[in-house]
Ligand binder design. Structure first.
Ligand SMILES: Cc1ncc(COP(=O)(O)O)c(C=O)c1O
Length: 384
């Protein structure tokens, strides 16, 4: 099988992630922060360690500013519902994931105004248009770091500077960027950043988090036991406990820690070099196939490692099915939970697009085989 669905979740994980999941569950499977016996303390120490390693990967000076969630979706919900109130105004792009758009739809029904800024044909936002969309009551700008449909990397630093100057919170959906693009939150003007633990960070599913920058204090989504200040009626105000009620996914987080340490050793720049070369190879290969429409920037440097395309008039989910059953290629067809991006591309009629997303363990040979498979599929479609 050729796995080209790393944008959904990375696979395989580094060997040490599997090893850690098993050994941690056996050795330190107690409840972290809920007891003083040695196993509970070991579990708690491991979570502190993961937070510290992640902070060093992302350039976060205070590790407690990273709070763990189940996935990027929960982190985005926390940031949006926790920061925005009726009467506020939010600016967003037209290529956002449903993890942003659906919470915003609910907030809109509750009296929040939302401006959707149109991106260019490749899904890139023009910072000037964000500047012009600002209003006196703008509370937050939400932008994906990289589109999960077009791959386009957004000018996050420029938009962040606009947000800073205007005194508006800047929320970045980094689900497709962490672990693949070098990110340094000491210099990047971002206030809130949501991420998945199970994609580029190479952890297991059920892991993710939100970076909460200085000056940000969203209302928690969930209240309850934190193992700290139990005598107090209200939720603790301090980080990360304010946002981490209930038993943490300690086994998953230990696995995430192994993924993060793998990246710290290998270096994100090296991951990027590898996936960039594969993405360019994929783009060049697909560009040479008659009947294939490729979406997004032609240069891999302007993208993260994903390429969406369609084959003639073949519905995208049929294409993904045929690639799996006929050629052993695991990829994703459909709307990728981002119908707004497909509406913009005009790909709704084909039910979205086929998306190939290589990862750190994908090889150049696998990309060549995948391109060859698409070429065969395109030929079959033409004779049909
Ligand atoms: C851009 C973007 N945002 C948010 C998400 C949601 O991530 P998760 O599955 O970790 O909730 C995804 C997942 O595909 C994504 O690509």
């Amino acid at each position: 099988m050729i796995y080209l669905d790393n944008a959904a979740t990375s696979w395989p994980k580094p060997e040490q992630v599997y090893r850690t999941l098993s050994s941690f569950a056996r050795r330190a499977g107690a409840n972290p922060g809920r007891g003083a016996h040695r196993m509970a303390l070991e579990a708690a120490r491991a979570i502190v360690g993961v937070r510290a390693d992640l902070a060093s990967l992302l350039g976060v000076e205070q590790p407690e500013r990273i709070v763990f969630t189940r996935n990027a979706t929960e982190a985005l919900n926390l940031a949006l519902f926790g920061s925005v109130k009726p009467g506020d105004h939010v600016i967003v792009s037209d290529v956002e994931h449903n993890a942003v758009m659906r919470p915003l739809k609910v907030l809109k029904d509750r009296g929040v105004a939302v401006t959707t800024v149109r991106t260019d044909d490749h899904g890139r936002i023009e910072p000037d248009l964000v500047q012009r969309a600002l209003r006196p009551n703008t509370r937050l700008i939400a932008l994906t770091y990289a589109s999960n449909v077009l791959g386009t990397i957004q000018p996050v630093a420029e938009v962040g500077r606009i947000a800073r100057e205007a005194g508006v919170a800047f929320l970045v959906d980094a689900a497709q960027a962490v672990g693949e693009l070098p990110i340094d939150l000491r210099t990047l003007p971002v206030d809130l950043m949501a991420f998945s633990g199970h994609k580029g960070l190479l952890g297991p599913t059920g892991t993710g988090g939100l970076y909460i920058g200085p000056g940000q204090n969203p209302e928690p989504l969930i209240y309850g036991g934190t193992g700290s200040r139990s005598e107090v009626d209200y939720q603790p105000e301090f980080l990360p406990d304010r946002y981490e009620s209930g038993t943490l996914n300690s086994v998953g987080l230990a696995g995430l820690g192994a993924g993060v340490r793998f990246l710290l050793k290998k270096k994100v720049q090296e991951v990027r070099r590898h996936t960039l070369a594969l993405t360019q190879r994929l783009l060049d290969g697909l560009a040479g196939i008659a009947g294939v429409t490729v979406y997004g920037p032609e240069e891999a440097a302007e993208r993260v490692a994903l390429v969406s395309f369609n084959v003639g008039y073949l519905p995208s989910t049929d294409g993904a099915y045929l690639l799996d059953r006929g050629y052993g290629i695991a990829c994703r067809g459909g709307l990728h939970c981002a119908p707004a991006a497909h509406r913009k591309l005009g790909s709704l009629a084909l039910g979205g697009a086929i998306r190939f997303s290589p990862g750190i363990f994908t090889t150049a040979e696998e990309i060549d085989q995948a391109v060859e498979a698409v070429a065969k599929l395109a030929r079959e479609c033409r004779t049909d």
